[in-house]
Structure formats: structure tokens, C-alpha cells
Write a protein that binds this ligand. Structure first.
Ligand code: ATP
Ligand code: MG
Length: 728
């Protein structure tokens, strides 16, 4: 076992060694909060606490995996695999699989991802004959999601005077009814959306004292990272779970609270201190991550925010280089500058690709960086593209699997009832839906009893064949593992054959993706470390649940030697040797959507604090003078956040347009130009030569920017599902 206490400073050690009683560590970026949490888990286990009694909640599954590996490394054994560690959603989903029936759900309930959930919202809106232009499914879904995360039930929602007033003003009086109908429909489908994973667990604990007691006994020690971004539902659950032993340890940084748009509230930090009289509060003040210049700049940024818990952050690291603030002509030039600089830094300072991160405010910005990196053959990984599991062909096969696990799952059924085509057209599907609603039964029950409902004979035959096929899959469930079932389903449904016969590049890619899916199921079935407590669960139900909660970040190898591209939100908790904070322009960052109130602006500023503090050694802040937004070229002002940085920490540079920046980073443009943050005559002329005369100044909110192209993840086809399997 490692001497895990040795590398810690006194405060950190104090936090690790405090075993019993509530403890809160609120400290600035890079001060070792996550390190303390990890070491604390190791210390608990080294002190004899059983891993089964420890619940650790992280912000991503990836963070959980890393934490588990570090604990294993410290302890020199693999006991850590028995920890309950993961995101709130994944841990609670696992628990709900044991007890959801107490709330009337099947234990193999389906988890609806955001797309499924929006589709249910849309169905409900249509069935209520409401205008889906007025009630946009995405907006309605967000509103429902916010209500759930605030523990506002449909009944509370309908009875709350202020909420009702608000909805009246927003011209959406039917929202309470939609919310109610949506919940009922999900329940009828035997499905929970992501928010339900919190809400239903909360309801279980609240409704059934035996279950509350069971989990209170089980989770003797609770640890939460990134506590500043928890929402009221998460807070309430932790409070209940921790009430018996009060061994709750939370770590966070109010200056990094960046998810209030999802209902997170830093009130949870303040409340934590009120909830426990004997809470131990530990402050960590030394940053081990970044240079002095970076920390000084970060401190000065966050000091502009009014609502902060006062705290100190210093570092004994070297003062380091100044932060480079780089202006480019266009977004493409920004991409080019960044790619060139990476190339140069690799040569000059021997950095690896993985030492670089390009961080931005919105996903749409990634295009220019990708193009520039590709041109220089610099390998990169982009986070925030569509997950492998969101691809159409993958969702199609998964829909079959979902349906055979839970025949109530209407979203799955609608997706594949006529795919591949089998003569059950839209009119028939509409009729099935109508019958299901009229008789208050599920669509599947209509299909099973189709002869009673007067379908035309051809249709009836198609339906019966479909039902027989699905039932034959269901009969495999107890006897075969997830891979065998999935393989058989892919083959029998002709879904794989259909893709195999499509010889276009796209068709080939889809076929390969399906193969990849089947391979990954096989791998999962064969992996030894998939233990749920003592029981190894290799069933299809267990498989489906864990993949629904995967994000694209979980599918990527963090150690791959690639430049990482992601939004600042996704970079929370991470660190890189070199960081490019890109697109520091007014309306983009701070974002046009978030400058209407002081609170919104302060959250944007916290986001700026987060991006600065991801850098260990070198930080570039870039902005483009012009950027294509929504098809037209728009001129941008530099972000106000740049002006808030004290000049002494900065090295301002102009990287030109279309030309290579001098490698010494000597300032370009005229001194006057730089001083005034404006544009010299030459560069303006250059711009006109390149783009034509500048348009009259206008800004387009970035939320109107076109969505990025879905990124194609490279999947090498592997043997296992060959043409002969499908072409018979
Ligand atoms: P964030 O607020 O960004 O989540 P954090 O407070 O969780 O940051 P960590 O990620 O735990 O900070 O630590 C930041 C870096 O400092 C890590 O590389 C970590 O290994 C290192 N570090 C932390 N404590 C020490 C220490 N006592 N000695 C040396 N390095 C340390
Ligand atoms: Mg951390």
C-alpha cells in the first residue's frame, strides 16, 4: 500500500483523516479537492471500512472510473471495484433496478434519453391538440426537467400561484397539464427519464421507511465531488441518505458553479453548513496546478463577482509565462493560429498532443479547429459530438432490445414496428395508438390482441408475424446472455441484412457500427469486472441500462495522445499543460443568452474562471474579429472578460489573417492598434480583400449558429459478425 498521506499538505491531510461526521471542503481551483476525495476513499478503506459501504458521487462516469483506478493504485488491490461510485444518475439507476417495483415500475424499466423524452412530450402535446409551435417540445421538456430537479411535482406545479402566473405570461397555460400527462405516459411506458432517476429514488426514500433505512445502513460514508453543481433533488437525497451516520463529505468551489441553467444551486453549499451543527469546514488555499500568472489572473477575474464565498488561492509554482491574448482576423484564422501554435510548441517544447486542450463556449465553434488540425495532421478527440449510442442504426437495434426487455416501451415500439418495412404503415400505427389510448392499454397489448380490433387481413398478418417474432426474442431472455440475444435479434429482424445490402459509404459505415455494437456487447458480457455487488449481471436489461447513461466522453480514451476539444462545461475538473480558451468575443462569451441579468453574467464569469484554471503551464486566450454566424459574416468585439484581466499578466498579440504568426509571439499590428484593442488600416484592408466589404455591424446571438456536423467516430470493423451471417 502506498503512503498516501505523504504527498498531502497539512489541510489536505486533515480533511482525509477526518473520518466521522460531516465535512465540507470549499476551495478554489486546482487546490486538490478531488485528490483529497480520492485519498479519503483510500483512507477509509485502509481503516477497515468496507467498500460496499461507501457511496462516492462524481460529475461524470469518466471521473468515477479514474477515481476508482487511483484508489486501486493506492491500496494495491482491487477492492475498489465494490465501491458505489459514479454519477448521481448511474448510481441511482443501479439502485432503482432493485426497488423500482415499489413505485409500480417494472424493475427492468427503460431509461429514456433526452431524445426519447422529447418525443414523448411531442406525442402528449399532439394528443392534447395543442399547437407544438407554441409548445415547442424542447422548451416544454426543459421546463419539465427543471421542475423535476427542483422536486416540483405536477400537482405542486399546477397549484403554485407564481408558476401559474409565469406560464400565463409566457402564454403557455397548458404546461401543468402537459407535465402531468407526460409523467403518466412515461409511467405507462414503464420508463424513467434522466431526471426521474433522481426523483424516483427520492420518492422511494421518502415513501418507504424500510428502504430509507436500508440505504442509510448501506451507505455509511458518502462523498460528493463538484458539490457546487448539485441541484435540489440531489441535495434532498443526500440529506436523507446521510441522516443516520452523518458521514457526509462534500467538496466544491462556489466560483466554479456553472450549471445553474440545469437547476444547480450554490445554496446547497450554504445549506450544508446549516444542516449540521458540527460540520467541519476545511479550506484549501494552495493551488498545485497552475503558474502564478494564471492563478493571479484567475483570482482577479473572480473578484469581479459579487456573490462569492471569500477565499484565498495562491501557488508556489513558478510565475510562468504571461497569458497570451491573441486576436485573429476570422474564426478560420483562429483555428489556424491554434493549430500552428500546437505544431510549434510540440517541436519547441516537446509537448505531446495530449498536453493541449482547445476549450470553447459552444459546440458549434469546433469546426474551425477541426479543419485546421486536420490540415496539419494533428490527431484530436472531440467531445460533445453525438454519442455512438445516439446513431440511428444503433438506436434502431437498441430499440428492439429495449422492447423485448420492456414491451410497454412505446418509444421503442414506434421506432421499429415498421423498420425494416413489414407492412405496418403509418395509418395502422396511428390506429394502434388510438386503440391503446381509448382502451387504456399499451400499444403492445393492442398488437397482442390484434384479432379483436378489426384490422384488415393483410395488416393483421403483418402484426401477428411481428408479435410472434418479438415473443420469440423474449423467450430467449432467461436462457441467453445479452450478446446472444442481440446477435439473434440483429439477424432475425433483417436489420443487419438491410444495412449490409446498402452499398453506399454511409450504409457501410452503419453496417460497421452495428458490428461494433455487437462486439462491444460481447466484450461487456465477457468482461470480468462487471460486478453488481456480489452478483454478476450479464443480462440484456443490465446492459441496456448502463449504455443509456454513457455519454460520448465515456467512450473516449482520455490517455490517447490527441489534442482534446470540448466545451468549457465539459472541461470541469480537468487539467492540461496548455490551454487555448477560444472565441472570447462579446455575444459568444459572455453568451448573448446570458447577459441579461447580473446572475447570468456572473455565471459566465465563473465559466471564464473555470477555463483559465484548467491550464497548468501555458494559456492562450483567442478571439476573432469576424466570424460566420448563421450564414453571414459578423464583426465581434473582444469579450469584456479580456478587459477585466490586469494587463500585467498579459501578452497581447495579433496573429493576422491568413498569415502565419511569428513564432516569438511578438505583438503584431501597431502599438496604437493593440492599445486600443482596435484594428489598423492594413488589417482592415486585408479583411476586405479576403471577405469583401464588412457588413454593417450586427451581431447574431450564438444560439442561432448552425449546429455542428455530427462527428463520425472511427470504428474499425472487427471480425465476429460477417457477411455470411446476414446474406443467407
Ligand atoms: P478543480 O477545482 O479544478 O476540480 P481540484 O481542487 O479538484 O481542482 P485536483 O484536481 O485534485 O484539484 O488537484 C489539482 C492538481 O494538483 C492535480 O494534478 C493534483 O495531483 C495536484 N495536487 C493536489 N494536491 C497536491 C499536493 N499536496 N502536492 C502535489 N500536487 C498536488
Ligand atoms: Mg476537482
Amino acid at each position: 500500500m502506498q503512503d498516501y498521506l505523504q504527498g498531502l499538505n497539512e489541510r489536505q491531510r486533515e480533511a482525509v483523516l477526518h473520518i466521522h461526521g460531516p465535512i465540507m471542503i470549499i476551495a478554489g481551483a486546482g487546490s486538490g479537492k478531488t485528490k483529497v476525495l480520492t485519498t479519503r476513499i483510500a483512507h477509509l478503506m485502509a481503516s477497515g471500512v468496507d467498500a460496499f459501504n461507501i457511496l462516492a458521487l462524481t460529475f461524470t462516469n469518466k471521473a468515477a472510473k479514474e477515481m476508482k483506478e487511483r484508489v486501486e493504485h493506492i491500496l494495491g488491490n482491487n477492492e475498489a471495484r465494490n465501491l458505489y461510485i459514479g454519477t448521481f444518475h448511474s448510481v441511482f439507476a443501479r439502485i432503482l433496478r432493485a426497488d423500482a417495483h415499489r413505485l409500480g415500475y417494472p424493475n427492468n424499466f427503460t431509461i429514456y434519453d433526452t431524445d426519447d423524452a422529447k418525443s414523448v412530450v411531442k406525442t402528449v402535446i399532439n394528443e392534447m391538440h395543442l399547437d407544438d409551435k407554441l409548445y415547442k417540445p424542447a422548451t416544454v421538456y426543459n421546463r419539465i426537467s427543471a421542475a423535476k430537479n427542483a422536486l416540483v411535482t405536477p400537482l405542486d406545479y399546477a397549484n403554485d400561484y407564481y408558476i401559474q402566473q409565469e406560464d400565463m405570461r409566457a402564454n403557455r397555460p397548458a404546461l401543468a397539464k402537459i407535465y402531468d400527462a407526460y409523467c403518466k405516459r412515461c409511467f405507462k411506458n414503464g420508463a424513467m427519464d434522466f431526471d426521474d432517476l433522481l426523483l424516483k429514488f427520492y420518492e422511494l426514500l421518502k415513501t418507504f421507511p424500510d428502504l430509507l433505512s436500508k440505504y442509510q445502513h448501506k451507505f455509511k460514508f458518502i462523498l460528493i465531488d463538484e458539490y457546487q453543481d448539485t441541484n435540489p433533488a440531489q441535495y434532498a437525497i443526500i440529506k436523507m441518505l446521510g441522516a443516520m451516520h452523518e458521514n457526509v463529505c462534500v467538496v466544491g468551489d462556489d466560483a466554479q458553479s456553472i450549471y445553474s441553467f440545469r437547476g444547480a444551486t450554490i445554496q446547497n453549499i450554504l445549506q450544508f453548513q446549516k444542516d449540521y451543527d458540527d460540520v467541519k469546514v476545511v479550506k484549501l488555499e494552495q493551488n498545485y496546478r497552475s503558474t502564478q500568472n494564471i492563478i493571479n489572473a484567475a483570482n482577479s477575474v473572480i473578484s469581479k463577482n459579487k456573490g462569492q464565498i471569500p477565499k484565498v488561492l495562491f501557488t508556489e509554482n513558478a510565475s510562468g509565462e504571461k497569458i497570451k491574448v491573441v486576436k485573429t482576423m476570422s474564426d478560420n484564422d483562429e483555428g489556424k493560429f491554434i493549430a500552428d501554435t500546437i505544431q510549434e510548441q510540440k517541436l519547441r517544447n516537446h509537448f505531446a498532443n495530449k498536453d493541449f486542450a482547445i476549450l470553447y463556449r459552444t459546440n458549434a465553434q469546433s469546426r474551425a479547429f477541426e479543419e485546421a488540425l486536420r490540415r496539419l495532421n494533428i490527431p484530436y478527440t472531440i467531445y460533445g459530438g453525438i454519442s455512438f449510442y445516439q446513431r440511428k442504426e444503433i438506436k434502431d437495434l437498441l430499440a428492439y432490445l429495449r422492447l423485448i426487455i420492456n414491451t410497454k416501451d412505446e418509444e421503442a415500439l414506434k421506432r421499429i414496428i415498421n423498420y425494416p418495412t413489414r407492412g405496418i404503415g403509418k395509418t395502422t400505427v396511428d390506429k394502434i395508438i388510438l386503440l391503446a389510448n381509448t382502451h387504456n392499454i399499451t400499444m403492445w397489448e393492442v398488437l397482442e390482441n390484434a384479432p379483436q380490433f378489426g384490422f384488415r387481413s393483410g395488416t393483421l398478418e403483418a402484426i401477428n408475424e411481428f408479435v410472434t417474432m418479438i415473443k420469440s426474442f423474449i423467450s430467449m431472455l432467461g436462457k441467453h446472455n445479452a450478446y446472444e440475444v442481440a446477435f439473434h435479434v440483429g439477424k432475425q429482424t433483417n436489420l443487419v441484412k438491410e444495412l449490409f445490402n446498402d452499398k453506399s459509404t454511409e450504409g457501410l459505415q452503419k453496417y460497421e457500427n452495428i458490428q461494433e455494437l455487437l462486439n462491444s456487447i460481447k466484450e461487456w458480457v465477457e468482461s470480468p469486472d462487471n460486478e453488481e455487488g456480489e452478483v454478476v449481471d450479464k443480462t440484456l436489461g443490465a446492459y441496456l441500462q448502463q449504455i443509456t447513461l454513457l455519454t460520448d466522453a465515456d467512450e473516449k480514451d482520455p490517455d490517447a495522445d490527441t489534442v482534446k476539444l470540448m466545451t468549457i462545461h465539459a472541461a470541469k475538473g480537468l487539467e492540461f499543460e496548455c490551454v487555448f480558451a477560444a472565441g472570447l468575443e462579446e455575444m459568444l462569451f459572455p453568451n448573448a443568452m446570458s447577459i441579461n441579468t447580473r446572475d447570468e453574467l456572473e455565471e459566465e464569469r465563473r465559466l471564464f474562471y473555470v477555463v483559465i484554471t484548467r491550464a497548468k503551464k501555458k494559456l492562450w486566450i483567442t478571439y476573432a474579429h469576424t466570424r460566420y454566424k448563421f450564414g453571414s459574416l459578423v464583426q465581434n468585439e473582444p469579450s469584456r472578460f479580456i478587459e477585466e484581466l490586469p494587463e500585467e499578466f498579459l501578452d497581447r498579440t495579433y496573429a493576422g489573417g491568413g498569415t502565419r504568426l511569428s513564432s516569438s509571439f511578438s505583438p503584431g499590428g501597431s502599438a496604437f492598434d493593440r492599445l486600443n484593442g482596435g484594428w489598423g488600416q492594413d488589417t482592415l484592408l486585408d479583411a476586405e480583400r479576403k471577405y469583401g466589404p464588412p457588413p454593417s455591424k450586427k451581431t447574431t446571438p450564438s444560439y442561432l449558429s448552425p449546429k455542428p456536423e455530427p462527428k463520425v467516430k472511427e470504428h474499425t470493423p472487427t471480425p465476429g459478425f460477417v457477411a455470411s451471417d446476414v446474406s443467407e
